[in-house]
Design a binder for this molecule. Structure first.
Ligand code: HEC
Length: 200
């Protein structure tokens, strides 16, 4: 009995370690960024900016309030991500009873992947539409309904592989409900979707 338990424990430990080891560094970085982005969104909005408008604008990093520990984490991770990847972040909210998101938001200037200089091909416009209108909303719905906190997927982006990481943003308190009606504390308000394509 003891031997069996020890064996099971050993196997469990080996499996957990195995799983940890299998998370590639870039995926971990992306997930860490989303976790810190959630922390930013979970602060009470006090400056008239909501949802992804609270995330950095066109020049990225300086728009984070780096003195805020929560924002420093996201700023550093965003900087590292943009060194190696062209990223785009979408948010989904206002989920109906079937889990379909009725609102989409984006981080200004980082949504339009086809504006970046390595993307010159019309196919990228099609890929962008496919991502924002089909792949991302469907993946957000699936995650929303799953009860899980995070999910990952990928898509073909005009011949390039695009990695997609997602994270549920929950309401930390009932204060969020003054605007996000019908969501209760601890429950999902929205889904953040990060798409990234390696620069080389
Ligand atoms: C004063 C109203 C208001 C309050 C309070 C508020 N939000 Fe929002 N929130 C908004 C609006 C408006 C949007 C849509 C912004 C856009 O699309 O540009 C939004 C968008 C979001 C989104 C993106 C998904 C979506 O629904 O579009 C998340 C996530 C979010 N809010 C989280 C929170 C959390 C967490 C709180 C509580 C800490 C909170 N909000 C409090 C008004 C509010």
């Amino acid at each position: 009995m003891l031997t069996t338990s020890l064996f099971a424990l050993g196997l469990f430990t080996a499996l957990s370690v195995g799983f940890d080891d299998e998370i590639p560094a870039d995926k971990k970085l992306a997930m860490d960024f989303l976790a810190n982005a959630e922390k930013i969104l979970q602060q009470d909005p006090v400056d008239g900016k909501f949802g992804l408008s609270r995330m950095p604008g066109i020049h990225g990093r300086p728009a984070f309030r780096v003195n805020d520990p929560a924002e420093k984490g996201a700023a550093d991770e965003w900087k590292k991500l943009t060194d190696d990847f062209v990223p785009a972040v979408l948010s989904f909210g206002l989920f109906d009873e079937k889990g379909t998101p009725k609102r989409k938001g984006f981080m200004y200037s980082y949504y339009h992947l086809n504006h970046t200089n390595f993307i010159e091909n019309q196919d990228y416009f099609k890929a962008e539409r496919k991502f924002s209108d089909e792949v991302a909303p469907a993946a957000a719905k699936k995650l929303f309904l799953s009860g899980e906190k995070t999910a990952t997927t990928e898509m073909d982006y005009a011949g390039r592989k695009a990695m997609i990481e997602m994270r549920i943003v929950t309401a930390p308190s009932d204060k969020c409900m003054s605007c996000h009606e019908g969501v209760s504390a601890g429950k999902p308000i929205g889904v953040l979707t990060l798409l990234r394509i390696a620069k080389k």
